[in-house]
Design a binder for this molecule. Structure first.
Ligand code: SF4
Ligand code: SF4
Length: 147
């Protein structure tokens, strides 16, 4: 035979539980550490090892790249396209240097492989795009100031 337990009116109405819940909400609202930021006014500090948008390093206005073709060779996404040319002051240089941004998986292998420290990945993470984007040499050279 079931014996029905007698409950107080407070527990019947869940008043105590509602009050406990409100206390937790207020505690979190007033004292908990904030996890959101006011982007874009506030920005998160990313790790130095973060791999974002690429850039090409230059010395005295001349790109460090010697079009050795190591980076397109190691790139697993096959998204680097280089056309090499020759200049009297430099054995080789990239006439054309393009990275297909949508294919790139930001693995950083191009940066690792480069013997001239020419191709780098910056900490720029704002790369939203509405169309297929190819970063050309001029764009990649301009980005170097952003690091
Ligand atoms: S980061 Fe990786 S996928 Fe992107 S261009 Fe470099 S090697 Fe290719
Ligand atoms: S960026 Fe570096 S690895 Fe790539 S072609 Fe130029 S020198 Fe070679």
């Amino acid at each position: 035979m079931l014996v029905k337990q007698k409950k107080s009116i407070l527990s019947e109405l869940y008043v105590l539980e509602i009050f406990k819940g409100l206390c937790i909400t207020m505690k979190n609202m007033l004292f908990a550490k904030k996890v959101t930021i006011q982007y874009p006014e506030e920005r998160r500090k990313y790790s130095e090892r973060f791999r974002g948008q690429h850039y090409i390093k230059a010395t005295n206005g001349v790109e460090n790249c010697t079009a050795c073709m190591l980076c397109p060779t190691v790139c697993p996404a096959e998204c680097i396209h280089i056309e090499a040319g020759e200049r009297p002051d430099k054995e080789k240089y990239p006439v054309k240097f393009e990275i297909d941004a949508l294919r790139c998986c930001f693995c950083g292998m191009c940066e690792e492989a480069c013997p001239k420290d020419a191709i780098k990945l910056s900490n720029i993470y704002e790369m939203s795009m509405t169309r297929r984007e190819v970063w050309d040499k001029d764009f990649l050279l301009e980005q170097r100031g952003n690091k």
